[in-house]
Design a protein around this ligand. Structure first.
Ligand SMILES: Nc1ncnc2c1ncn2[C@@H]1O[C@H](COP(=O)(O)OP(=O)(O)O)[C@@H](O)[C@H]1O
Ligand SMILES: [Mg+2]
Length: 370
C-alpha cells in the first residue's frame, strides 16, 4: 500500500525533474533564438509607392501632418529672417553678412546661420583660427539638422562668435551639410504613409522656437542656398520674414516671381503659413545712397520687377527697398578682406546702416498692421 506521503514525495520529485527539464529546454531555446537573431538578415524594406505618389513630384509642398508650434512673434524678442532667392550670385550671402554686421553695430544680438553647404558665409565671417576652433568642436549647422537639438545652454555649442564682437554669432556650415540634407529627405520618402518619424522640414523650427533660443537673440538671419534644399525649407518654415536680394537686371529679376510662386504654394499648403515676404533689396547697383538714384537700365528692371511681383502676390504688400547695396569698390573689397565686412568700408557703412534702418522699420510697420 502506497501511503499518501509516499505518493506526495513521488509527485514532488517528478515536479522537480520537470522543472529542471523545462529550465534546460528554456535555456536551449534562448540560445537558439540568440544564434538565429545573430544570423538573420534584415528584412527587405517595403517601399510604399502610394506614399511616394502623394508627393506628386514635388518634395516640400506636402501638407504637414502635425508641425511643431510656430511660437507667436508677439511673445518673443527674436525675429527670424530668411535671406532667400532661388538664383545664385545675387548677393544673399553678402547681404546677410553686412546686414548682420550693421545690426550688431546697432547693439542688436545677432545670429547668422549659414545654410549653404558651400559655406561662403562661414568663410566670410570667420578667420582661419576661428574656423579651426569650429572644426575641432564640430560646431556646424548640419549637427543641428541631424537632430542634436539644444539643451539649457541653448545654441551655444553650435555658435561661433564673430570677430570677438560681444553679441554677433554664426552657426557655420561646411560640405557634409549636403549629405545630411539628402539623408533627411530620403528617410522621409522611405518612411511610408504610416508616418511617425519627424517631418524633416521642421527641425530648425523646433530648435529656434524653443525658449532657450528665443530669448538669446534679437535677430536671426538665415543665409539660404539658391535651391529649395532641406536646409532652405527648414529656414522658411522657421522664419517670420523672407527678404529677397536681387540684381536689378532683367534676367535676375525673372527669378523673383518664381520664388514668390513657390512661397505662395508653401503657404497655401500650410508648410510655412506664418512666413511674410518682407521685401526685395537691389544689390550691386550704381546708385548712390544719398540720392537713391538708380541708373536708367536698373530703374527699368526695378519697375518691371515691381509689376511682375505685384501680379504674382497681389495681396502681399511687398516692400521694394529704397535703400540698395551699391556695387562694391576696391575700398569695400579691401575692408571685407581686412575687417570681414564691406560694412566697415568708409563709404559703405552709411548705406548698410540706412538699409538696416529700413529693414527694422519695415518689420515694425508690418507688425503694427498685425
Ligand atoms: N554689392 C556688390 N558689389 C560687388 N560684388 C558683389 C556685391 N554683392 C555680391 N558681390 C559678389 O558677387 C558674388 C556673389 O555674391 P553672394 O553674396 O555670394 O551671392 P549669393 O549668396 O546670392 O550666391 C560674390 O563674389 C560677391 O563678392
Ligand atoms: Mg550664398
Amino acid at each position: 500500500m502506497v501511503t499518501l506521503n509516499q505518493e506526495l514525495a513521488s509527485l514532488k520529485e517528478s515536479l522537480t525533474s520537470t522543472d529542471r527539464m523545462l529550465a534546460e529546454r528554456t535555456a536551449e531555446r534562448d540560445d537558439l533564438a540568440a544564434k538565429l537573431a545573430a544570423r538573420q538578415e534584415p528584412l527587405p524594406m517595403r517601399i510604399d509607392l502610394n506614399w511616394l505618389e502623394t508627393f506628386d513630384g514635388k518634395i516640400w509642398d506636402k501638407k504637414p501632418e502635425s508641425p511643431p508650434a510656430f511660437f507667436s512673434r508677439k511673445n518673443r524678442p527674436v525675429r527670424f529672417i530668411s535671406v532667400v532667392n532661388l538664383k545664385g550670385g545675387v548677393g544673399k550671402t553678402t547681404t546677410t553678412a553686412n546686414l548682420g554686421a550693421a545690426l550688431a553695430h546697432l547693439g542688436k544680438r545677432v545670429l547668422l546661420v549659414d545654410l549653404d553647404y558651400q559655406g561662403s558665409l562661414t568663410s566670410m565671417c570667420l578667420d582661419d583660427s576661428e574656423l579651426r576652433t569650429v572644426r575641432s568642436n564640430k560646431r556646424f549647422v548640419e549637427r543641428i539638422l541631424e537632430g542634436y537639438g539644444v539643451d539649457e545652454n541653448g545654441l551655444k555649442p553650435w555658435t561661433q562668435r564673430i570677430a570677438n564682437d560681444k553679441a554677433f554669432y554664426l552657426v557655420p556650415a561646411e560640405e557634409p551639410l549636403c549629405d545630411v540634407e539628402n539623408q533627411m529627405m530620403i528617410k522621409w520618402f522611405l518612411q511610408g504613409s504610416g508616418g511617425g518619424k519627424e517631418d524633416p522640414r521642421y527641425v530648425l523650427r523646433r530648435v529656434f522656437h524653443s525658449a532657450e533660443v528665443q530669448d538669446a537673440f534679437d535677430i536671426v538671419l538665415f543665409d539660404c542656398p539658391p535651391r529649395l534644399t532641406t536646409a532652405c525649407i527648414n529656414a522658411l518654415a522657421c522664419s517670420d520674414y523672407a527678404v529677397i536680394p536681387v540684381l536689378p537686371d532683367e534676367r535676375s529679376t525673372e527669378a523673383v516671381p518664381r520664388l514668390l510662386f513657390t512661397l505662395r504654394t508653401l503657404r497655401q499648403n500650410h508648410v510655412c503659413p506664418d512666413l511674410a515676404v518682407l521685401g526685395v533689396i537691389a544689390n550691386r547697383t550704381y546708385a548712390t545712397f544719398s540720392t537713391k538714384t538708380l541708373a536708367d537700365r536698373e530703374e527699368a528692371a526695378w519697375n518691371y520687377l515691381k509689376r511682375i511681383c505685384d501680379n504674382e502676390m497681389p495681396d502681399e504688400s511687398i516692400r521694394y527697398f529704397t535703400n540698395c547695396v551699391k556695387q562694391f569698390t576696391n575700398e569695400a573689397f579691401d575692408a571685407a578682406r581686412k575687417k570681414r565686412f564691406a560694412f566697415h568700408a568708409k563709404n559703405f557703412g552709411d548705406g548698410f546702416r540706412q538699409l538696416t534702418d529700413e529693414l527694422l522699420q519695415a518689420m515694425q510697420s508690418r507688425e503694427e498692421r498685425g
